[in-house]
Design a protein around this ligand. Structure first.
Ligand code: AHM
Ligand code: MG
Length: 334
């Protein structure tokens, strides 16, 4: 007889029993994110059939074209946490301002930040997509949170993770006690533990970067990518280039097999493209919890003091050794 599947909810109960100090609320939140993942995955699977591909004709707060699926995924997160008493405030890459959920105050002490649909240029061609989430705690329960309460350093996250909509749907998360991956079994409609305690290799053989932007990169970044492509069999080079256009998918590959993902700063845009609160911090926590490293090239992502909710940062993330080498090039030490 095969092993009975260890589902997400069962795994969470087991982990809680190992840590009696855990309140259990974060568990409900993770289960609810799992449900969000099932709903978004359901929409993505039928997207080409029900006229939800393409753009809405609008531009978001980031100045980017909004895809219909961006809006649908964002609404799914909003609806999932309205009521229920868990989350008092939400912030999203797709929403200009924080959304307060007064019905959940003051009992809901979590604040949820998310990128509802990461890699949305992939929507119209059946390529992988993701959702990224970061969980913060609102500690001043005598008053509802304001936007400045969302401006916490990444090290203050109480949980973080992502949903990956690839050839299968996965939920990968950390609450600061290792990283665990669950695969949605469509037959039973449950997330089943498939990757317990993920550890990222110290070095990999893959790099992920949009090399079309090479001419915009500072010379240290250009030299690093040239270094990775220069053959040296003893050192395991050249690396293979693998870039999907979906940060979640690229980081997931690297989390499992090692290597480095870069969305660096550019000469005319030193802050890069990716968002600190919705992308870099949550993925930074996941990767660090798996033994890897997340950096701007000059500082640890999780130590950055955010100044505004839609702040962007350069991101170099992946295996400890690979990110350190990238930092050495970027800082002119290599
Ligand atoms: P998005 O959240 O608006 O989709 O933007 C983030 C995405 C990442 O998933 C991906 O790695 C990167 O932007 C791709 O950008 P580019 O097309 O410039 O390579
Ligand atoms: Mg994104």
């Amino acid at each position: 007889m095969g092993q009975f599947p260890l589902t997400l909810s069962r795994f969470i109960i087991r982990s809680q029993a190992e840590r009696p100090s855990a309140t259990g609320e974060c568990s409900s939140l993770l289960n609810q994110i799992g449900l969000v993942g099932k709903i978004i995955a359901h929409d993505l699977r039928r997207a080409g059939l029900i006229n939800i591909l393409g753009t809405t004709g609008e531009t978001n707060v980031q100045g980017e074209t909004v895809k219909k699926l961006d809006e649908i995924a964002n609404d799914t997160f909003l609806r999932a946490f309205q009521g229920g008493g868990l989350v008092c405030a939400l912030g999203s890459e797709e929403m200009e301002q924080m959304v307060l959920l007064p019905e959940n105050c003051p009992q809901g002490t979590y604040m949820l930040l998310f990128d509802p649909l990461d890699g949305s240029s992939n929507t119209d061609c059946n390529m992988p997509l993701g959702s990224i989430f970061s969980v913060l705690k609102h500690t001043q329960t005598d008053r509802p949170p304001t936007e400045s309460d969302l401006l916490k350093k990444g090290i203050e996250q109480v949980a973080a993770g992502y949903l990956l909509f690839g050839s299968s749907t996965m939920l990968v998360y950390t609450t600061g006690h290792g990283v665990h991956g669950f695969t949605l079994d469509p037959g039973i409609g449950e997330y089943v533990l498939s990757h317990e305690r993920i550890q990222i290799p110290q070095r990999g053989k893959v790099y992920a970067a949009n090399e079309g932007n090479r001419h915009k990169w500072p010379s240290g970044t250009q030299q690093y990518i040239e270094f990775l492509k220069t053959p040296d069999s003893a050192a395991g080079r050249p690396y293979s280039g693998r870039y999907s256009g979906c940060l979640v998918a690229d980081v997931h590959r690297i989390l499992l097999g090692g290597g480095v993902y870069l969305y660096p700063g550019e000469v005319d845009k030193p802050e890069g493209k990716l968002r600190l609160l919705y992308e870099a911090n949550p993925l930074g926590m996941v990767v660090e919890q798996a033994g890897g490293r997340a950096s701007t090239g000059t500082m640890r992502i999780l130590d950055i003091e955010p100044k505004k909710i839609h702040q962007r940062v350069p991101l170099i993330i992946g295996s400890q050794g690979d990110v350190e080498t990238a930092e050495a090039f970027i800082q002119g030490r290599a």
